[in-house]
Design a binder for this molecule. Structure first.
Ligand code: CA
Length: 227
């Protein structure tokens, strides 16, 4: 799946330029010019990285940054801040608040993309899966796509396996139903009825995993976590 970048910027020309360049590099994008919306999108869409402008109408970039770092499901999402030259002090505050990098406007899209890729490479390296995960009676072999519980083979559908893999890969982080639907079924902008698809698959997955199902925890009205 292509990584999803959230652009938080109220200047439409910059948004367009970013969308164009990111899409050209194969990224998917979501954009908003509003801080409150940004926090909502972070929660529902769980982007892989956030490009955050400091100067926003209403809730500013620093507050958004603080909000993201407070959000349980989002503390880990890398943030690259966009700042104007005159905002040097804010930039330092931003880094203290947990932004990963910053770029001063005007910036070259090529430079920004290089930094995005560097950050994502770092994150992906950290999230690399073991070849086989063994936890309690559950054993998942990622290379053979094989799951056993108490040494008995469990027949999972491709979607069920992907679901289990996504949850394991998140290492204890909660994944929203929106995120899972997008990651596994490729449904962006899901409607409520579609997010139930995730619940139904989790249900059958749990049934099949029997004792191994205790590792899949429901976070009410939001999503799931692997423990
Ligand atoms: Ca701005």
């Amino acid at each position: 799946m292509k990584e999803k970048i959230l652009i938080v910027e109220d200047e439409k020309d910059i948004v367009k330029m970013l969308e164009y360049n990111l899409k050209k590099e194969g990224f998917r994008t979501v954009a908003t010019g509003n801080g409150e919306d940004a926090l909502d999108l972070v929660k529902r869409k769980q982007p892989d990285l956030i490009i955050l402008d400091l100067m926003l109408p209403g809730m500013d970039g620093l507050e958004v940054c603080k909000g993201v770092r407070k959000e349980n499901t989002a503390v880990y999402i890398p943030i690259i801040m966009l700042t104007a030259k005159s905002q040097e002090p804010d930039k330092i505050v931003g880094l203290e608040l947990g932004a990963d990098d910053y770029m001063t406007k005007p910036f070259s899209p090529r430079e920004l993309i290089a930094r995005i890729k560097a950050i994502l490479r770092r994150v992906n390296k950290k999230e690399k899966l073991p070849e086989i995960l063994k936890i309690g009676e559950l054993s998942v072999d990622f290379s053979k796509i094989r799951v056993t519980v108490n040494n008995k083979l469990v027949e999972l559908t491709a979607k069920e396996f992907e679901l289990l893999k996504a949850l394991i890969k998140a290492k204890g982080r909660v994944l929203s139903r929106d995120y899972l639907l997008d990651a596994i079924w490729g449904v962006d902008n899901a409607m409520e009825i579609q997010t139930r698809t995730v619940d139904v698959h989790i249900q059958t997955l749990r049934k099949k995993l029997k004792g191994g199902a205790e590792h899949i925890v429901t976070v009410k009205n939001y999503g799931y976590r692997f423990e």
